[in-house]
Design a protein around this ligand. Structure first.
Ligand code: ATP
Ligand code: MG
Length: 268
C-alpha cells in the first residue's frame, strides 16, 4: 500500500553492506552477492544508498530508471534477477550533490515506501562509506537490518572498518559477518599473491565476534564486469570469485532460521 513501509514487518531479510572507508569494493560485493542470491532462486531487491557513488546501476547493467504504476508507486527496473533502486536514477551522474542528513532520510524513506517492492526474500543495501546519517535513518526505517562489513586484507584497514561496526552498534543494528575483498591475486603462473597483505578480515571478524563469511580474490574480470554491467558471478560462474560469493550467500541463508519474524508484531 502506498505510504507504508513494507519492510518494517515483512519477512524480507534486509542486509546492509557497509565499510569504514571508500574503495574497498562494497558496491562490487553488494552487486555480486545480490545476483548470487537471485541465481539461487531468491527474490532479491537492492537499494543503492550511496549518494556519492551510486555505482550499482552501472555494475548491474540497469539502464533505465523506474516506471510508475497506477498507484503512482515506482516499479524498480531489474537486471540479472535483481530489482534495483538507486539515487543515481534521480541525480545526473556528472552533478555533484551535497546531501544533508534530512534529505537522505527523506530519500531513503521514499525508496522504501513509494516503491512497489512486494515482499522479496532479500533487500540488499549498498551503504555509503563512513557516514552516520544513513545508518541512523536505516535503523529507524529498518530496525531488523543485518549488517555485513567489507574490508581489505591489510591489518591497518581493519581499524578503519571497525568504525563501521561501531556505527552499526550505536544504532543497534546487528553485524552478522565480515567479507574480505581483494584478498589475493592469482597470476598466470597459478600462484596466489597476497598483494594487500593478509589477515585483516579475520582479525576484524574476531574483534567484532562474527564469522568471516568469505574472502574475494582480486580479479580483473570483476572490475571489467562492474564497468559494463556484467557481474562476474554471471560471466564466470565457476570462477574463484563466484565460488566465494556462492559460499557467502549460503552462509547468509543459513543464518535465517535464527531470526523469527512475526507479522503480528508490527513495529511501525
Ligand atoms: N575483487 C576485486 N577484483 C578486482 N577489482 C575489484 C574488486 N573489488 C572491487 N574492485 C574494483 O575496485 C573499484 C572499487 O570497487 P567498488 O566501487 O565496489 O568499491 P566501493 O567500496 O563501493 O567504493 P566507493 O567507496 O567508491 O563506493 C572498482 O573499480 C571495482 O571494479
Ligand atoms: Mg560504492
Amino acid at each position: 500500500m502506498p505510504g507504508e513501509n513494507p519492510f518494517a514487518h515483512a519477512r524480507t531479510r534486509v542486509i546492509a553492506v557497509a565499510s569504514g572507508k571508500g574503495g574497498v569494493g562494497k558496491s562490487s560485493v553488494t552487486t555480486n552477492l545480490a545476483v548470487t542470491l537471485a541465481r539461487m532462486g531468491k527474490d532479491v531487491c537492492a537499494i543503492d544508498a550511496d549518494v556519492w557513488g551510486f555505482s550499482m546501476p552501472r555494475m548491474l547493467g540497469v539502464e533505465n530508471g523506474p516506471d510508475l504504476d497506477e498507484h503512482n508507486q515506482m516499479i524498480p527496473p531489474s537486471a540479472h534477477g535483481v530489482r534495483l533502486l538507486s539515487m543515481g536514477f534521480f541525480v545526473p551522474e556528472d552533478q555533484a550533490v551535497i546531501w544533508r542528513g534530512p534529505m537522505l532520510h527523506k530519500a531513503l524513506e521514499q525508496f522504501l515506501t513509494d516503491v512497489a517492492w512486494g515482499e522479496p526474500d532479500y533487500l540488499i543495501i549498498d551503504m555509503p562509506p563512513g557516514t552516520g546519517d544513513v545508518s541512523l535513518s536505516m535503523s529507524q526505517f529498518l530496525p531488523r537490518a543485518e549488517v555485513i562489513i567489507v574490508t581489505t586484507p591489510q591489518p591497518a584497514a581493519q581499524a578503519v572498518a571497525q568504525r563501521a561496526a561501531a556505527m552499526a552498534e550505536k544504532v543497534e543494528l546487528d553485524v552478522v559477518g565480515v567479507v574480505e575483498n581483494m584478498s589475493w591475486f592469482r597470476g598466470d603462473d597459478g600462484v596466489s599473491y597476497e598483494i594487500f597483505g593478509s589477515g585483516g578480515g579475520q582479525k576484524l571478524a574476531d574483534q567484532i565476534g562474527v564469522p568471516l563469511l568469505g574472502r574475494i580474490p582480486l580479479v580483473p574480470a570483476l572490475r571489467e564486469g562492474g564497468d559494463d554491467g556484467h557481474p562476474i558471478v554471471i560471466t564466470d560462474p565457476e570462477g574463484e570469485a563466484a565460488v566465494q560469493f556462492s559460499n557467502i550467500a549460503e552462509q547468509i541463508e543459513a543464518i535465517a532460521p535464527r531470526r523469527i519474524y512475526r507479522s503480528e508484531l508490527k513495529l511501525m
